[in-house]
Design a protein around this ligand. Structure first.
Ligand SMILES: [Mg+2]
Length: 283
């Protein structure tokens, strides 16, 4: 996996993240928490709440997972948000009938707990032009999945890992041609995205608002785009959890989706003090 960016601002951010990764080694034991009800929770979706599929459209969220999310949401006084690389409309479809606070497209879009949408004005015509260029580059190559999002185009090569370099070269060329684009590289995917907030930024915004404000944050994610979220959560004394083995700024690790679920399940089941959160614990 690569940490790279084609813009200078992203380059600076990437260097900061790289230094953080080099200085912090995540512990492997998830911590025992006295009272989950005092926390707020931010969760990535693919690779964290559900397993990654070869094609993003193949992902389904089963009834047991929906019930788990709903129980967790209620356990923390509804202070739970999904923070994903997907479009908000796709997250809503996957989690139906749940309607949660969410951030989409790695922080480019956000819907707060009151249902208000926070999003820059997106030039979707530019996105269409980018998607057309990417499609033209892979017209005769089955297996490369091109996903259009609000403000971004993702190139998935999970079905064609031999195409990694070519996908990245195409994306880098497109990003070089425009000053308003970033290149984000994740697990078997590279994404061309309009400049905007990242996961760390949207988590910070949620933490300024009810019902998240005053609670100690927990954030779990599995990919490079989650690292900015780990840094934000670390900075306010929260619990950052990396799913998987890659280098990370997160303070804790879970081996996989199941281990994370089990950890939360144990605490959901535990009798807790359902009083309002204490301010203590937040830096
Ligand atoms: Mg993920």
């Amino acid at each position: 996996m690569n940490l790279q960016s084609a813009s200078s601002s992203r380059g600076a951010e990437t260097e900061t993240t790289r230094q953080a990764l080099a200085s912090i080694g995540a512990r492997h034991m998830l911590p025992a928490l006295d009272d989950l009800g005092q926390y707020c929770i931010f969760l990535d979706l693919d690779g964290t709440l559900v397993e990654i599929e070869d094609r993003p459209d193949d992902v389904r969220v089963d009834a047991a997972t929906l019930q788990f999310i709903e129980r967790l949401h209620n356990r923390v006084g509804r202070a739970l948000a999904v923070v994903s690389g997907r479009d908000i409309c796709v997250i809503d479809r996957l989690l139906h009938p749940l309607v949660l606070p969410v951030a989409g497209v790695h922080g480019l879009q956000r819907r707060d707990a009151a249902g208000r949408l926070h999003s820059p004005i997106i030039d979707q015509g530019a996105v269409e032009t980018i998607a057309t260029r990417v499609e033209a580059a892979f017209l005769s190559e089955p297996g490369v999945v091109i996903e259009r999002k609000a403000g971004a185009v993702a190139i998935h090569y999970r079905l064609r890992p031999d195409f990694e370099r070519r996908c990245q070269a195409v994306a880098q060329k497109i990003v070089r041609d425009r000053a308003d684009l970033n290149l984000i590289t994740g697990k078997m995917v590279c994404e061309i995205r309009l400049h905007g907030n990242n996961k760390g930024g949207v988590i910070a915004s949620f933490l300024e608002e009810r019902p998240f404000k005053g609670r100690r944050p927990i954030f779990a994610g599995d990919d490079v785009t989650d690292e900015s979220g780990f840094l934000t959560v670390n900075a306010c004394g929260g619990i950052s959890i990396k799913i998987g083995e890659d280098l990370t700024a997160a303070r804790y690790r879970a081996a996989n989706v199941q281990e994370l679920r089990k950890w939360f399940d144990t605490m959901i089941a535990a009798p807790g003090d359902l009083a309002p959160p204490k301010a203590a614990g937040l830096k």
